[in-house]
Structure formats: C-alpha cells, structure tokens
Ligand binder design. Structure first.
Ligand code: IMP
Ligand code: MG
Length: 177
C-alpha cells in the first residue's frame, strides 16, 4: 500500500480557492471570461473555482497528452480540443498543478494563436523548484515543495483524484521495480 500523508487539508483548500476566485473576479471587473480546464486533473478545482467567480463565465475543457522522453522541443498532442471559438475572448486556463511548466507553456502558445483578447493561467498548486521553462502562473492557490502529491483532482496512476485533502504519496518500496 502507498503511504499517504496530508499536506494541505480540505478546509485550507476551500478557503484559499475562495480567495483566489475573489482576486480573479476583482481583476476582470465584470468582463466575461472563458474558463478552460485542463483535463483530467483540473476538473475538481475548475468546478470549485467557477462556482466562486462573480463574473459572466463560459466553461470548456482541453485534454493533452503527457510528454515522453526529452520533449523540451516536442509538440503538444491535443487529445480533446476545446469546443468553443475563443477569438476575442478573455481566456483563463485552469490547471491542477504546474511542474516543469512544459504543458502550459505549449498550451498557452497554441491557444494564443487563435486570437483571444487575453489569456491567463490559474493553477491550484505550483512546484516552482521543478520548472525547466519560464512560466509563471497569473494565479496560484498553493506553492508546494518538490514532492509527489495526490487528491483534489491529482492522481497517482489514475487513483486518488477524489480525495478532499491533498496528500503526499510515499510509494511502497515493495512496489518498486
Ligand atoms: P508539466 O508542468 O508540463 O511538467 O506537467 C504538469 C502535469 O504533470 C500536471 O498537470 C499533472 O498531470 C502532472 N503532475 C505533476 N506533478 C504532479 C504531482 O505531484 N501529482 C500528480 N500529478 C502531477
Ligand atoms: Mg494535468
């Protein structure tokens, strides 16, 4: 069994998401926003965030493939594209966690080619010590150290997304190859 230890309890997540949503609402000042959640991890954060935004909101989702090997120059594979036309829209890209930063850097690049009015990034968790490209989120709920975490949408091998707390995974040595 993997050992799981709480890193950020549910009540802290709930209140911090409300704070960030209030900050976003103030910044956009009544302007409509198209929230684009990055599947699958961001589905819970996205749902909590949009319910606390005091703005006209449209919601869409995108799913991209993970990188394999050394992909710093590689293409981003879109598994599921957004369904809406974002030309002239204020886009808020919503991600579960930023690690190396490659995914969001490419995604932001790709979506900005479609002519949105603005494009910003909001993440639930950020691991800036892991960054390999220059990418700073416009909104971030929690900066965390370099540990592998699960819960609040984040998975380990497809599991644990449903946890209300964020937990650190200590992988059982017996499962290691
Ligand atoms: P990157 O920023 O392009 O390296 O990729 C970020 C993606 O890696 C996230 O959307 C997650 O899917 C995954 N990821 C990174 N760190 C973690 C973690 O600690 N737990 C679960 N997934 C993670
Ligand atoms: Mg992800």
């Amino acid at each position: 069994m993997d050992k799981l230890e709480v890193m950020i309890p549910e009540d802290q997540i709930v209140s911090r998401v409300k704070e960030v949503a209030a900050e976003i609402s103030r910044d956009y000042n009544g302007e409509p926003v198209t929230v684009i959640g990055v599947l699958t991890g961001a589905f819970i954060f996205c749902a909590d965030l949009v319910r606390n935004l005091d703005l006209p909101v449209k919601i869409d989702f995108v799913q991209v493939s993970s990188y394999v090997g050394d992909t710093s120059t590689g293409e981003l594979k879109i598994k599921k594209d957004i369904s809406s036309d974002i030309k002239g829209e204020n886009v808020l890209l919503v991600e579960d966690i930023i690690d190396t930063g490659r995914t969001l850097l490419k995604l932001r690049q790709m979506l900005s080619e479609r002519g949105p009015k603005s494009i910003k990034i909001c993440t639930a968790f950020d691991k800036p010590s892991r960054r390999v490209v220059e990418l700073v989120p416009d909104y971030n709920c929690f900066t965390i150290p370099d540990s592998f975490v699960v819960g609040y949408g984040l998975d380990y091998d497809g599991e644990y997304r449903q946890f209300k707390d964020v937990k650190i995974v200590r992988i059982d040595d017996e499962q290691q190859p």
